[in-house]
Design a protein around this ligand. Structure first.
Ligand code: NAI
Ligand SMILES: CC1=C(/C=C/C(C)=C/C=C/C(C)=C/C=C/C=C(C)/C=C/C=C(C)/C=C/C=C(\C)C(=O)O)C(C)(C)CCC1
Length: 533
């Protein structure tokens, strides 16, 4: 166990060795050793213990890079990845085993061919991470890649240099160096990596860079999983528990100082409840930061001056009114959790991705108006949050899509490490976490196996074609639709028979239970009548 440590100065990986690192990982995949479940499990166990043994370095690096509190670093970075390892280890055998393909996918007439789905590792993958959760968002995909049996090269964000260096050491020292490598650097290093051939690229970051990655990957038809940002709306109606909505929405902007791509960008709220909502926000602020946000040991800082100025610019440009927070200190890269009451959809606070502790409040007349505004700002955001009645929340879910959604809270859907997480449309392609992390690096390969003795049965396929055999086969296997050309169900003989036999229901299990009930009632009646007689 490492107790004494120093975090090395950030060092770019030499451009010259990048092709060799990629080729080494590719070569190792070709040895097939990563396909053995035993090997994968050992790597996952090693990663688990590396996270534990490097915990102090990781926590210190997260303080250095983001001023992230140990509390948040443990829950959302170190323990998160450890839990990912444990989940994958516990379920790997189940995820990786062949799946038998039977009815209804495989018709009974083909059941001899032993159809199955084999789970194959895609190969050698590239994982590119962002700065906001520099440990979790780089290593959680790696857990999926290891589980799937892939080899991988990782590219941490250069904007969190201390984390990048600790992660590099942790991977290089603890995992199989022939299978996994870390490349540190920025655009030149990423470009050098993109010049290599990968079997999948897993990218988390901005839509702008995601587009560059997807374009480059398209040149070699390399599949990509993109985890991107979004302008996420929150809807608050008169039927919401307003105090709770305010507290939970504020929480969404205090975690990692709002540098969370799934937190709300703006709140669309019924105009009549805006003053009360603002009062509740201020109350929650006081509860969370009794001595002010700047004095809080819990609040992270903005990652660097560039992002500080990006967020500041939104506050400089807004025509709205700051109703909570508003304090900034560049020397500390501090931005106070800030709410801005705006009166135009075109306001910078509505149109730019916040990715920081600031958000807009926009009063609306109705849920109709709110839904129209949200769709006009970003039709496919990464998340949405709805605080209203059950019917209103259902309406929001039904009428507006998003990568994930939480009702009556902020990003709870993204706070559990084993449920699928991903965007939709331009907020992301593909999902990971839990089983989805295994699937995203896995090829589902359908395999059939035709017994030699069955050749006579399937001879109809051979030339010269024999129409009489085909007609015979059709008589035996052809299925008839139970609908007409207008799309209506045809209530023919089959329909009435199955309705009768199923005692008015559809499923076999239900029909069985209903028949059991009928027979038992009949038997009980006969028993009573016999007793009376
Ligand atoms: N959907 C999700 O899970 C998440 C999405 N995000 C999104 O990521 C963004 C913030 O993260 P950043 O680290 O600033 O993202 P970014 O897109 O600037 O950087 C991500 C990665 O791409 C690399 N990169 C940057 N410019 C590049 C270029 N021109 N060519 C090739 N590679 C390049 C960086 O070195 C880094 O490793 C926000 O838009 C946020 O919404 C962030 C975290 C999670
Ligand atoms: C334990 C018992 C109970 C249950 C207690 C519960 C459910 C506690 C819940 C606590 C929560 C929700 C803590 C919050 C944790 C925050 C986390 C994990 C934040 C994660 C951040 C992430 C994943 C950020 C990712 C960023 C991304 C992807 C991005 O930028 O987009 C009972 C049931 C109450 C009683 C028994 C005991």
């Amino acid at each position: 166990m490492a107790t004494q440590f120093t975090i090395p100065e950030f060092e770019n990986t030499s451009l010259d060795i990048i092709p060799a690192l990629a080729s080494n990982a590719r070569g190792t995949f070709r040895t097939h050793k990563t396909k053995a479940l035993k090997w994968r499990l050992v790597q996952l166990r090693k990663l688990y213990w590396a996270m534990e043994d490097y915990k102090e370095q990781l926590l210190a690096a997260l303080v250095k890079d983001l001023h992230k509190s140990n509390f948040e670093s443990l829950i959302a970075e170190v323990d998160w990845v450890k839990n990912d390892c444990l989940f994958m280890i516990a379920n790997l055998e189940d995820f990786a085993k062949d799946e038998k393909l039977g009815a209804p996918a495989v018709p009974a007439s083909f059941s001899l061919m032993k159809f199955r789905t084999r789970k194959e590792p895609l190969g050698t993958v590239l994982i590119i991470g962002p700065y906001n959760y520099p440990v979790q968002l780089l290593l959680a995909p790696l857990v999926g890649a290891i589980g799937a049996g892939c080899t991988a090269v990782l590219k941490p964000s250069e904007m969190t240099p201390a984390c990048a260096m600790v992660v590099r050491e942790l991977i290089e020292k603890r995992l199989d160096p022939n299978a996994f490598a870390v490349v540190n650097g920025g655009i030149p290093e990423t470009n050098a990596l993109m010049a290599e051939k990968w079997d999948k690229i897993f990218f988390t970051g901005s839509a702008q860079v995601g587009t560059i990655i997807a374009k480059k990957a398209a040149e070699t038809l390399t599949p990509v999983c993109l985890e991107l940002g979004g302008k996420n709306p929150a809807f608050v109606t008169k039927n919401a528990n307003l105090a709770l909505a305010a507290r939970r929405l504020l929480w969404g902007k205090t975690q990692n100082a709002g540098q969370v791509c799934m937190s709300q960008n703006y709140v669309l709220i019924d105009k009549d409840i805006v003053p009360t909502f603002i009062e509740f926000l201020k109350e929650s602020y006081k509860d969370m930061f009794p001595n002010g946000a700047k004095a809080s040991p819990d609040l992270a800082r903005i990652v660097n001056p560039r992002h500080f100025h990006r967020i500041k610019k939104m506050l400089d440009e807004t025509k709205g009114k700051i109703v909570m927070g508003g304090q900034l200190d560049e020397s500390e890269l501090f931005i106070e959790p800030t709410a801005v009451l705006v009166n135009s959809v075109d306001d910078a606070m509505m149109q730019e991705e916040s990715f920081g502790p600031i958000f807009a409040i926009y009063p609306v007349h109705s849920l109709d108006q709110a839904l129209n505004i949200a769709a006009s700002i970003h039709r496919t955001p990464l998340s949405l949050f709805s605080f209203g009645s059950k019917a209103e929340n259902n309406r929001v879910l039904n009428e507006m899509t998003s990568g994930g959604a939480t009702l009556n809270d902020t990003f709870f859907h993204g706070s559990v490490n084993s449920v699928p997480f991903g965007g939709v449309g331009d907020s992301g392609w593909g999902a990971y976490r839990g089983k989805a992390s295994f699937d995203v690096f896995t090829h589902l390969r359908t395999v059939a196996e035709t017994p030699s003795w069955a050749d006579g049965l399937i001879r109809v396929r051979y030339m010269p074609y024999d129409w009489s055999r085909l007609r015979q086969l059709q008589r035996l296997t052809a299925k008839k639709p139970n609908f007409d050309r207008n799309g209506a169900i045809v209530k023919g003989f089959g329909y009435w028979t199955s309705l009768l036999l199923g005692l008015g229901g559809k499923g076999i299990k239900g029909a069985f239970l209903r028949w059991l009930f009928v027979l038992a009632s009949g038997y009980a009646t006969m028993f009573v009548l016999e007793k009376r007689a």
